[in-house]
Design a protein around this ligand. Structure first.
Ligand SMILES: [Mn+2]
Length: 411
Protein backbone atom coordinates (compact mmCIF):
# COMPACT_ATOMS: atom_id res chain seq x y z
CA UNK A 1 0.00 0.00 0.00
CA UNK A 2 1.36 3.39 -0.96
CA UNK A 3 0.60 6.39 1.17
CA UNK A 4 1.74 10.01 1.19
CA UNK A 5 0.53 13.32 2.56
CA UNK A 6 0.81 16.94 1.53
CA UNK A 7 -0.31 20.38 2.60
CA UNK A 8 -2.42 22.42 0.18
CA UNK A 9 -2.51 26.09 1.12
CA UNK A 10 -3.23 29.36 -0.69
CA UNK A 11 -3.77 33.08 -0.19
CA UNK A 12 -1.28 33.87 2.56
CA UNK A 13 -1.48 37.56 1.60
CA UNK A 14 1.66 38.35 3.57
CA UNK A 15 2.02 42.09 4.07
CA UNK A 16 -1.71 42.71 3.73
CA UNK A 17 -2.55 46.08 5.30
CA UNK A 18 -4.71 45.65 8.33
CA UNK A 19 -7.61 47.98 8.80
CA UNK A 20 -11.23 47.96 9.80
CA UNK A 21 -10.78 47.14 13.46
CA UNK A 22 -11.55 50.06 15.72
CA UNK A 23 -10.67 48.19 18.90
CA UNK A 24 -8.80 50.69 21.04
CA UNK A 25 -6.73 48.18 22.99
CA UNK A 26 -3.31 48.09 21.26
CA UNK A 27 -2.58 44.54 22.49
CA UNK A 28 -5.68 43.25 20.72
CA UNK A 29 -4.95 45.20 17.57
CA UNK A 30 -1.42 43.72 17.50
CA UNK A 31 -2.82 40.17 17.79
CA UNK A 32 -4.67 40.78 14.53
CA UNK A 33 -1.75 42.53 12.86
CA UNK A 34 0.66 39.67 13.71
CA UNK A 35 -1.90 37.01 12.89
CA UNK A 36 -1.22 36.56 9.16
CA UNK A 37 2.48 35.80 9.73
CA UNK A 38 1.81 33.67 12.79
CA UNK A 39 -0.78 31.58 10.96
CA UNK A 40 1.74 30.73 8.24
CA UNK A 41 4.48 29.89 10.77
CA UNK A 42 1.99 27.68 12.53
CA UNK A 43 1.16 25.87 9.26
CA UNK A 44 4.86 25.33 8.55
CA UNK A 45 5.35 23.88 12.07
CA UNK A 46 2.39 21.56 11.54
CA UNK A 47 3.81 20.37 8.20
CA UNK A 48 7.15 19.59 9.88
CA UNK A 49 5.54 17.83 12.86
CA UNK A 50 3.42 15.70 10.54
CA UNK A 51 6.46 15.11 8.29
CA UNK A 52 4.35 15.67 5.17
CA UNK A 53 5.89 14.68 1.85
CA UNK A 54 5.46 18.06 0.16
CA UNK A 55 3.81 21.47 0.47
CA UNK A 56 1.72 23.29 -2.18
CA UNK A 57 0.94 27.03 -2.23
CA UNK A 58 -1.69 27.91 -4.86
CA UNK A 59 -1.01 31.63 -5.22
CA UNK A 60 -1.06 34.99 -3.44
CA UNK A 61 1.80 34.40 -1.00
CA UNK A 62 2.20 38.18 -1.00
CA UNK A 63 -0.56 40.75 -0.91
CA UNK A 64 1.30 43.00 -3.34
CA UNK A 65 4.71 44.45 -4.04
CA UNK A 66 6.96 44.64 -0.97
CA UNK A 67 7.66 47.97 0.74
CA UNK A 68 11.06 46.53 1.66
CA UNK A 69 12.57 43.05 1.92
CA UNK A 70 11.09 42.30 5.36
CA UNK A 71 8.22 40.19 4.06
CA UNK A 72 10.51 38.31 1.65
CA UNK A 73 12.91 37.57 4.50
CA UNK A 74 10.04 36.22 6.58
CA UNK A 75 8.89 33.91 3.79
CA UNK A 76 12.44 32.71 3.13
CA UNK A 77 12.89 31.87 6.82
CA UNK A 78 9.75 29.68 6.78
CA UNK A 79 10.77 28.02 3.48
CA UNK A 80 14.22 27.26 4.95
CA UNK A 81 12.57 25.49 7.91
CA UNK A 82 10.80 23.23 5.39
CA UNK A 83 14.02 22.70 3.45
CA UNK A 84 15.89 21.56 6.59
CA UNK A 85 13.00 19.16 7.27
CA UNK A 86 13.38 17.76 3.74
CA UNK A 87 9.97 19.03 2.54
CA UNK A 88 9.79 20.35 -1.04
CA UNK A 89 7.47 23.31 -1.78
CA UNK A 90 5.57 23.91 -5.04
CA UNK A 91 4.73 27.54 -5.45
CA UNK A 92 2.38 29.30 -7.87
CA UNK A 93 1.98 33.03 -8.45
CA UNK A 94 -1.53 34.48 -8.18
CA UNK A 95 -2.99 37.87 -9.09
CA UNK A 96 -1.61 39.55 -5.97
CA UNK A 97 1.94 38.25 -6.44
CA UNK A 98 2.05 38.01 -10.23
CA UNK A 99 5.49 38.18 -11.85
CA UNK A 100 5.00 41.81 -12.90
CA UNK A 101 3.65 42.86 -9.49
CA UNK A 102 6.53 41.79 -7.23
CA UNK A 103 9.59 43.83 -8.14
CA UNK A 104 11.89 42.93 -5.25
CA UNK A 105 13.39 39.48 -4.67
CA UNK A 106 15.03 37.39 -1.99
CA UNK A 107 16.77 34.17 -3.07
CA UNK A 108 14.69 31.27 -1.75
CA UNK A 109 16.12 27.86 -0.69
CA UNK A 110 16.49 25.11 -3.29
CA UNK A 111 13.47 23.13 -2.02
CA UNK A 112 11.14 25.83 -3.42
CA UNK A 113 9.96 25.11 -6.97
CA UNK A 114 8.05 27.84 -8.75
CA UNK A 115 5.65 27.07 -11.59
CA UNK A 116 6.35 28.99 -14.81
CA UNK A 117 4.12 31.95 -15.72
CA UNK A 118 4.44 31.84 -19.54
CA UNK A 119 2.98 28.34 -19.94
CA UNK A 120 1.91 25.40 -17.79
CA UNK A 121 4.81 23.43 -16.32
CA UNK A 122 5.16 20.08 -14.53
CA UNK A 123 7.21 19.06 -11.50
CA UNK A 124 7.70 15.36 -10.82
CA UNK A 125 8.43 13.59 -7.54
CA UNK A 126 9.78 10.27 -8.81
CA UNK A 127 9.83 8.35 -5.54
CA UNK A 128 6.13 9.09 -4.91
CA UNK A 129 5.08 8.94 -8.58
CA UNK A 130 3.48 12.37 -8.18
CA UNK A 131 3.24 14.99 -10.95
CA UNK A 132 2.24 18.58 -10.19
CA UNK A 133 1.04 20.77 -13.06
CA UNK A 134 0.61 24.53 -12.84
CA UNK A 135 0.87 27.95 -14.42
CA UNK A 136 1.32 31.09 -12.37
CA UNK A 137 0.15 34.61 -13.24
CA UNK A 138 2.51 36.79 -15.25
CA UNK A 139 0.25 39.83 -14.85
CA UNK A 140 -2.15 40.94 -12.15
CA UNK A 141 -5.05 40.09 -14.37
CA UNK A 142 -5.38 36.74 -16.15
CA UNK A 143 -8.53 36.71 -18.24
CA UNK A 144 -7.77 33.57 -20.26
CA UNK A 145 -8.74 30.03 -19.31
CA UNK A 146 -5.38 28.69 -18.08
CA UNK A 147 -6.69 25.25 -17.07
CA UNK A 148 -7.38 24.04 -20.62
CA UNK A 149 -3.70 24.57 -21.46
CA UNK A 150 -2.52 22.23 -18.70
CA UNK A 151 -0.69 19.10 -19.97
CA UNK A 152 -2.04 15.56 -20.13
CA UNK A 153 -1.63 13.54 -16.91
CA UNK A 154 1.40 11.30 -16.42
CA UNK A 155 -0.14 7.81 -16.82
CA UNK A 156 -0.16 5.69 -13.67
CA UNK A 157 1.02 8.60 -11.48
CA UNK A 158 -0.91 10.77 -9.03
CA UNK A 159 -1.52 14.02 -10.93
CA UNK A 160 -2.20 17.32 -9.17
CA UNK A 161 -3.35 20.52 -10.89
CA UNK A 162 -2.35 23.73 -9.11
CA UNK A 163 -4.33 26.78 -10.23
CA UNK A 164 -5.26 30.27 -9.04
CA UNK A 165 -8.79 30.85 -10.30
CA UNK A 166 -12.26 32.16 -9.57
CA UNK A 167 -13.71 29.23 -11.61
CA UNK A 168 -17.00 30.40 -13.17
CA UNK A 169 -17.23 33.27 -10.69
CA UNK A 170 -17.26 33.54 -6.92
CA UNK A 171 -18.90 36.35 -4.98
CA UNK A 172 -16.47 39.07 -3.79
CA UNK A 173 -13.64 37.62 -5.91
CA UNK A 174 -12.29 39.09 -9.13
CA UNK A 175 -12.85 36.82 -12.18
CA UNK A 176 -9.36 35.47 -12.89
CA UNK A 177 -8.32 32.48 -15.01
CA UNK A 178 -11.99 31.60 -15.54
CA UNK A 179 -12.79 27.94 -16.11
CA UNK A 180 -15.46 25.39 -15.31
CA UNK A 181 -15.24 22.27 -13.17
CA UNK A 182 -15.71 20.38 -16.46
CA UNK A 183 -12.55 22.04 -17.84
CA UNK A 184 -10.67 20.81 -14.76
CA UNK A 185 -12.17 17.33 -15.04
CA UNK A 186 -11.18 17.17 -18.71
CA UNK A 187 -7.48 17.20 -17.66
CA UNK A 188 -7.84 13.75 -16.04
CA UNK A 189 -5.99 14.68 -12.84
CA UNK A 190 -6.53 13.19 -9.38
CA UNK A 191 -6.64 16.38 -7.30
CA UNK A 192 -7.04 20.10 -8.02
CA UNK A 193 -5.28 22.42 -5.57
CA UNK A 194 -6.96 25.78 -6.14
CA UNK A 195 -6.35 29.21 -4.71
CA UNK A 196 -7.86 32.74 -4.87
CA UNK A 197 -11.21 32.25 -3.09
CA UNK A 198 -10.78 33.05 0.60
CA UNK A 199 -13.62 30.83 1.79
CA UNK A 200 -12.88 27.13 2.25
CA UNK A 201 -14.84 25.15 -0.38
CA UNK A 202 -14.90 21.60 -1.66
CA UNK A 203 -15.95 22.41 -5.20
CA UNK A 204 -16.16 18.80 -6.46
CA UNK A 205 -15.45 15.34 -5.11
CA UNK A 206 -14.57 13.41 -8.28
CA UNK A 207 -11.88 14.38 -8.67
CA UNK A 208 -11.44 16.43 -5.51
CA UNK A 209 -11.35 20.16 -6.31
CA UNK A 210 -10.64 22.24 -3.23
CA UNK A 211 -10.24 25.88 -2.24
CA UNK A 212 -8.50 25.77 1.17
CA UNK A 213 -9.40 29.44 1.83
CA UNK A 214 -6.95 31.90 3.33
CA UNK A 215 -4.92 31.21 6.46
CA UNK A 216 -6.14 34.18 8.45
CA UNK A 217 -9.27 36.32 8.23
CA UNK A 218 -8.24 39.89 7.39
CA UNK A 219 -11.52 41.74 7.83
CA UNK A 220 -15.18 41.31 8.69
CA UNK A 221 -15.92 39.79 5.27
CA UNK A 222 -13.62 36.86 6.17
CA UNK A 223 -15.36 35.27 9.12
CA UNK A 224 -14.96 31.91 10.82
CA UNK A 225 -12.14 29.36 11.08
CA UNK A 226 -9.30 29.70 8.54
CA UNK A 227 -6.47 27.45 7.42
CA UNK A 228 -5.17 25.00 4.83
CA UNK A 229 -5.95 21.36 4.03
CA UNK A 230 -3.91 18.23 4.71
CA UNK A 231 -4.36 15.75 1.87
CA UNK A 232 -3.68 12.05 2.45
CA UNK A 233 -3.37 9.83 -0.62
CA UNK A 234 -3.71 6.09 -0.08
CA UNK A 235 -3.41 3.78 -3.08
CA UNK A 236 -4.10 6.71 -5.37
CA UNK A 237 -7.22 7.88 -3.54
CA UNK A 238 -7.07 11.33 -1.92
CA UNK A 239 -8.97 12.50 1.15
CA UNK A 240 -8.47 15.71 3.04
CA UNK A 241 -8.99 17.36 6.40
CA UNK A 242 -8.83 21.03 7.26
CA UNK A 243 -5.85 22.29 9.27
CA UNK A 244 -7.00 25.39 11.15
CA UNK A 245 -4.12 27.77 11.85
CA UNK A 246 -5.67 31.22 12.28
CA UNK A 247 -4.71 33.18 15.37
CA UNK A 248 -7.61 35.62 15.52
CA UNK A 249 -11.11 35.57 14.14
CA UNK A 250 -13.93 37.73 12.79
CA UNK A 251 -17.57 37.02 13.50
CA UNK A 252 -20.96 38.74 13.30
CA UNK A 253 -23.92 38.98 15.68
CA UNK A 254 -27.36 40.01 14.48
CA UNK A 255 -30.18 41.06 16.75
CA UNK A 256 -33.63 42.40 15.90
CA UNK A 257 -35.60 44.77 18.09
CA UNK A 258 -39.30 45.43 18.28
CA UNK A 259 -41.28 48.21 19.97
CA UNK A 260 -41.28 46.42 23.33
CA UNK A 261 -37.51 46.14 23.74
CA UNK A 262 -35.90 48.44 26.30
CA UNK A 263 -32.22 49.40 26.49
CA UNK A 264 -31.56 46.65 29.05
CA UNK A 265 -33.12 44.08 26.68
CA UNK A 266 -30.67 45.10 23.96
CA UNK A 267 -27.73 44.38 26.25
CA UNK A 268 -29.24 41.04 27.30
CA UNK A 269 -29.84 40.05 23.65
CA UNK A 270 -26.27 40.91 22.66
CA UNK A 271 -24.84 39.08 25.68
CA UNK A 272 -26.90 36.00 24.84
CA UNK A 273 -25.76 36.08 21.20
CA UNK A 274 -22.15 36.59 22.35
CA UNK A 275 -22.40 33.52 24.61
CA UNK A 276 -23.50 31.43 21.65
CA UNK A 277 -20.18 32.34 19.94
CA UNK A 278 -17.82 31.20 22.69
CA UNK A 279 -17.54 27.62 21.35
CA UNK A 280 -16.89 28.56 17.70
CA UNK A 281 -14.18 31.03 18.85
CA UNK A 282 -12.04 27.98 19.74
CA UNK A 283 -9.95 30.11 22.08
CA UNK A 284 -9.15 32.75 19.42
CA UNK A 285 -9.28 36.47 20.04
CA UNK A 286 -12.42 37.38 18.09
CA UNK A 287 -13.60 40.69 16.65
CA UNK A 288 -17.35 40.80 16.27
CA UNK A 289 -19.58 43.10 14.25
CA UNK A 290 -22.92 43.72 15.93
CA UNK A 291 -25.89 44.36 13.63
CA UNK A 292 -28.97 45.80 15.30
CA UNK A 293 -32.09 45.87 13.15
CA UNK A 294 -35.85 46.15 13.55
CA UNK A 295 -38.19 48.87 14.71
CA UNK A 296 -37.41 50.78 17.89
CA UNK A 297 -37.58 54.21 19.46
CA UNK A 298 -34.09 53.52 20.81
CA UNK A 299 -32.73 54.53 17.40
CA UNK A 300 -32.30 58.16 18.42
CA UNK A 301 -30.60 57.12 21.64
CA UNK A 302 -28.08 55.03 19.68
CA UNK A 303 -27.26 58.06 17.54
CA UNK A 304 -27.03 60.53 20.43
CA UNK A 305 -25.14 58.31 22.88
CA UNK A 306 -22.97 56.39 20.46
CA UNK A 307 -19.92 56.00 22.69
CA UNK A 308 -21.91 54.92 25.75
CA UNK A 309 -23.72 52.27 23.67
CA UNK A 310 -20.46 51.09 22.17
CA UNK A 311 -18.95 50.67 25.62
CA UNK A 312 -22.05 48.94 27.00
CA UNK A 313 -22.15 46.51 24.06
CA UNK A 314 -18.43 45.81 24.51
CA UNK A 315 -19.10 45.14 28.19
CA UNK A 316 -21.93 42.74 27.26
CA UNK A 317 -19.53 40.83 24.97
CA UNK A 318 -16.90 40.67 27.70
CA UNK A 319 -19.48 39.21 30.10
CA UNK A 320 -19.70 36.33 27.62
CA UNK A 321 -15.96 35.97 26.86
CA UNK A 322 -12.83 37.94 27.76
CA UNK A 323 -11.48 37.76 24.19
CA UNK A 324 -14.61 38.90 22.36
CA UNK A 325 -14.10 42.44 21.04
CA UNK A 326 -16.54 44.71 19.25
CA UNK A 327 -15.26 45.43 15.74
CA UNK A 328 -18.12 47.74 14.79
CA UNK A 329 -21.78 48.37 15.52
CA UNK A 330 -24.23 48.68 12.66
CA UNK A 331 -27.59 50.18 13.50
CA UNK A 332 -30.33 49.60 10.94
CA UNK A 333 -33.36 50.64 12.99
CA UNK A 334 -36.51 52.40 11.93
CA UNK A 335 -38.61 54.55 14.29
CA UNK A 336 -41.96 53.39 15.50
CA UNK A 337 -44.85 55.36 13.95
CA UNK A 338 -45.77 57.15 17.19
CA UNK A 339 -42.38 58.82 17.55
CA UNK A 340 -42.13 60.42 14.13
CA UNK A 341 -42.26 64.17 14.71
CA UNK A 342 -41.09 66.60 12.07
CA UNK A 343 -38.34 68.86 13.41
CA UNK A 344 -39.20 72.54 13.58
CA UNK A 345 -36.46 75.06 14.03
CA UNK A 346 -37.19 78.74 13.42
CA UNK A 347 -39.23 77.89 10.36
CA UNK A 348 -36.46 75.79 8.74
CA UNK A 349 -37.52 72.38 7.52
CA UNK A 350 -34.36 70.58 8.57
CA UNK A 351 -35.57 67.22 7.37
CA UNK A 352 -36.16 68.60 3.89
CA UNK A 353 -32.78 70.33 3.97
CA UNK A 354 -30.99 67.12 4.92
CA UNK A 355 -32.99 64.91 2.60
CA UNK A 356 -30.78 62.04 1.41
CA UNK A 357 -31.55 62.91 -2.25
CA UNK A 358 -30.37 66.45 -1.61
CA UNK A 359 -27.06 65.06 -0.37
CA UNK A 360 -25.87 64.27 -3.91
CA UNK A 361 -23.77 67.40 -4.29
CA UNK A 362 -22.29 66.93 -0.81
CA UNK A 363 -21.28 63.44 -1.92
CA UNK A 364 -19.74 64.78 -5.13
CA UNK A 365 -17.74 67.29 -3.09
CA UNK A 366 -16.56 64.58 -0.69
CA UNK A 367 -15.44 62.30 -3.55
CA UNK A 368 -13.59 65.20 -5.16
CA UNK A 369 -11.87 65.99 -1.88
CA UNK A 370 -10.84 62.34 -1.38
CA UNK A 371 -9.40 62.17 -4.92
CA UNK A 372 -7.39 65.34 -4.32
CA UNK A 373 -5.98 63.94 -1.08
CA UNK A 374 -5.20 60.47 -2.49
CA UNK A 375 -3.32 61.93 -5.44
CA UNK A 376 -0.98 63.56 -2.95
CA UNK A 377 -0.37 60.27 -1.10
CA UNK A 378 2.86 58.35 -1.75
CA UNK A 379 2.35 55.79 -4.51
CA UNK A 380 -0.56 57.80 -5.93
CA UNK A 381 -3.17 55.21 -4.92
CA UNK A 382 -6.50 55.59 -6.67
CA UNK A 383 -9.36 57.02 -4.64
CA UNK A 384 -11.22 53.72 -5.02
CA UNK A 385 -8.44 51.94 -3.13
CA UNK A 386 -8.46 54.31 -0.20
CA UNK A 387 -8.77 52.15 2.92
CA UNK A 388 -11.72 53.98 4.46
CA UNK A 389 -13.53 51.99 7.11
CA UNK A 390 -16.86 53.34 5.96
CA UNK A 391 -18.14 54.76 2.71
CA UNK A 392 -18.54 58.53 2.34
CA UNK A 393 -22.28 57.85 1.88
CA UNK A 394 -22.44 56.20 5.30
CA UNK A 395 -20.50 59.06 6.91
CA UNK A 396 -22.82 61.69 5.45
CA UNK A 397 -25.85 59.70 6.58
CA UNK A 398 -24.43 59.42 10.08
CA UNK A 399 -23.92 63.19 10.27
CA UNK A 400 -27.46 63.72 9.01
CA UNK A 401 -28.95 61.36 11.59
CA UNK A 402 -26.97 62.99 14.38
CA UNK A 403 -28.20 66.45 13.40
CA UNK A 404 -31.81 65.31 13.21
CA UNK A 405 -31.60 63.43 16.51
CA UNK A 406 -30.13 66.49 18.25
CA UNK A 407 -32.90 68.72 16.96
CA UNK A 408 -35.54 66.24 18.09
CA UNK A 409 -36.69 65.00 14.69
CA UNK A 410 -36.84 61.67 12.97
CA UNK A 411 -34.80 60.86 9.92
MN1 LIG B 1 -6.07 35.91 -5.62
Amino acid sequence: MSRFRFIHSADLHLGSPFHGLSVKDPTIASVFIEASRNSFSSLVSTAIELAVDFFVIAGDVYDGDWKDNKIGLFFNREMAKLERAGIPVFLLRGNHDALSVITKTITLPANVHEFPTNKAGTFKIDELKVALHGQGFAERSAMENLAIGYPAPVPGWFNIGVLHTSLTGRELHAPYAPCSVEDLRSRGYDYWALGHVHEFEEVASDPLVVFPGNLQGRNIRETGAKGAVLVTVEDGRPRYERVIVDGARFDAIKIFLDVNHQASDVLALVEEAARSRTVSMEGRVTAVRIHIGGESDLRRDFVLNKQQWRDELQAACHRAHADLWVEKIEIKLSDTQSSVVAPQMAGIDLEQLLNPHGADNILDEVHELISTITLKLPGGAGASQLPLDVSPEALIDEARQLLLARTGGAS
